[in-house]
Ligand binder design. Structure first.
Ligand SMILES: NC(=O)c1ccc[n+]([C@@H]2O[C@H](COP(=O)([O-])OP(=O)(O)OC[C@H]3O[C@@H](n4cnc5c(N)ncnc54)[C@H](O)[C@@H]3O)[C@@H](O)[C@H]2O)c1
Length: 202
């Protein structure tokens, strides 16, 4: 997380308040202060535009739906600092990639890091030639622990051999309750160990 690695202050926008994130940054700030360092701060912005105007590094993590399609478009790119860094590990169509290529051409100090693409696996013309774009092939979740855990639990969901499975994909709230243990059911690798499921030993 960039807040921790680079000791960055956080400004975020989400439709919902992220108390977990806020608590984390508060605690990290207190830790830094206790060690005689400048504490990091957090702020929940009232709009996405506020974040775009103020942040030096913008990392996109929304779902892709009608409200987030081309969330970052020509107008929004123009709001950002000329030397900002934009990172997208969510879904390609969250950024208007044609507008992005134009923006990169006209703003050489603006940089982008992309894990996902609008027409994946293809890139819009010109993107691959831009010196201020770093692109990787959709590998954001590619740690051995994650992929091994995903594969194991996907297999368990198909070949049920007495393992408990959460059968209502539209009801995920019980997994998100910070004050209670997650339900005794897959699909989460978060609680797989507690359920005695054979996940990675890493
Ligand atoms: N690159 C990869 O390998 C990889 C791996 C996993 C997930 N993803 C993608 O990352 C994204 C985030 O995944 P997640 O599991 O954290 O999803 P999530 O559902 O937990 O979080 C998405 C967040 O987006 C917010 N949001 C939704 N619409 C919004 C809007 N219009 N404006 C602002 N915020 C909005 C939601 O409130 C939520 O907090 C998804 O697009 C997912 O597909 C990519």
């Amino acid at each position: 997380m960039m807040v921790e690695g680079f000791k960055m202050n956080l400004i975020y926008f989400d439709l919902y308040q992220s108390t977990r994130l806020e608590k984390f940054v508060t605690a990290y700030g207190e830790f830094l202060k206790a060690n005689g360092e400048q504490p990091v701060t957090w702020k929940r912005a009232s709009s996405m535009d506020e974040v775009l105007q103020q942040a030096d590094v913008i990392s996109l993590h929304p779902i892709l739906d009608k409200t987030t399609y081309h969330l970052v478009n020509k107008e929004r790119l123009a709001l950002m600092k000329k030397e900002a860094i934009l990172i997208n590990c969510s879904r390609g169509p969250v950024i208007d990639e044609v507008a992005l290529v134009e923006h990169l051409k006209h703003n050489p100090m603006f940089r982008v890091g992309l894990d996902v693409f609008e027409d994946e696996p293809y890139m819009k013309p010109g993107l691959g030639d831009m010196k201020n774009a770093i692109v990787v092939p959709h590998i954001a979740s590619a740690s051995k622990w994650t992929r091994e855990g995903m594969a194991t639990l996907a297999a368990l969901n198909v070949l049920i051999k007495g393992y408990p499975v959460w059968s209502d994909p539209n009801r995920v709230e019980p997994f998100l309750n910070e004050n209670a243990r997650p339900p005794a059911a897959a699909p989460s690798i978060v609680n797989a160990k507690a359920l005695g499921l054979p996940v990675s030993k890493l």
